[in-house]
Design a protein around this ligand. Structure first.
Ligand code: HPA
Length: 250
């Protein structure tokens, strides 16, 4: 599937389907096992873009059981050098609203027990990757430009806190995350972002704010999520369409 120039992959989270596809799903096996789903090839403005369903085609794989290493390895093997991560988040900030998008700039990792690295004692050489900027600056700004051009409400920056899940947080945990500086809470950007970095792939999140974090709203969290996910998803599709129209491809 790879050619010359850039090849983007989209890893999409809960509630994503219907982005369309133009090829047979490709089953990929890796040294780390099978990815969450077959890899599809989408067409954006005539450009091939790889697509992987992070939680599986049946959306049944919880965040702590996703084979992140196989997912990234499979996309890398098919030639992807850039990953756009679509993920849903809760927002810590009352001035945000569910249905809006965000492109976080920084990351805090509270996950544990996940296979989070390709490094091992068997590897020829131990490497400590530079992870100062976990999200690719160029891709972030291109996504923001696309959001502006598409007229989509999208927050620039903020800190994504990756929690273990699959349960949502207590309100005390959200208070702690806020004291740590977090703006958004999600369950999947880690170890995904770090594995992409280990493979030398650029990575950025287009995050869908689907609820206020625990204790931050009078509305029940699942009501927020049900009421906002479809809208956030439509906004994200619009951003992606414009993003690929604006991107040169080489
Ligand atoms: N917390 C963690 N992950 C999430 C949330 C949340 O509130 N909403 C969507 N993913």
């Amino acid at each position: 599937m790879s050619g010359h120039g850039k090849l983007y992959a989209i890893i999409a989270g809960s509630g994503f389907s219907g982005l369309g596809e133009n090829s047979a799903p490709q089953q990929v096996d890796t040294d780390y096992g099978k990815p969450s789903s077959p890899v599809r090839q989408l067409d954006f403005s005539g450009r091939p873009v790889l697509y992987l369903a992070r939680h599986g085609d049946r959306l049944n794989i919880p965040p702590h059981q996703i084979n992140y290493r196989a997912n990234l390895k499979a996309l890398h093997r098919l030639g992807a050098d850039r990953v756009i991560s679509l993920n849903t988040v809760g927002t810590v900030h009352r001035e945000h609203s569910p249905g809006q998008l965000a492109i976080p700039e920084q990351l805090l990792d509270y996950t544990w027990g996940r296979d989070h690295s390709y490094q091992s004692a068997e590897a020829a050489q131990l490497e400590h990757i530079d992870f100062t900027e976990p999200f690719d600056r160029e891709m972030r700004s291109a996504l923001l430009c696309a959001a502006t051009a598409a007229g989509v409400d999208c927050h620039d920056g903020g800190i994504y806190a990756a929690t273990q899940g699959p349960r949502l947080e207590t309100s005390a945990e959200v208070d702690r995350l806020e004291r740590d500086g977090a703006s958004y809470i999600g369950m999947t950007a880690m170890p995904e972002a770090a594995l992409a970095a280990e493979l030398g792939m650029r990575y950025a999140c287009l995050s869908l704010i689907v609820n206020f974090a625990a204790g931050r709203s009078e509305t029940a969290i699942h009501e927020d999520i049900e009421g906002s996910t479809l809208n956030a998803k439509m906004q994200a599709f619009r951003v992606l369409r414009v993003f690929f129209q604006m991107d040169s491809g080489d």
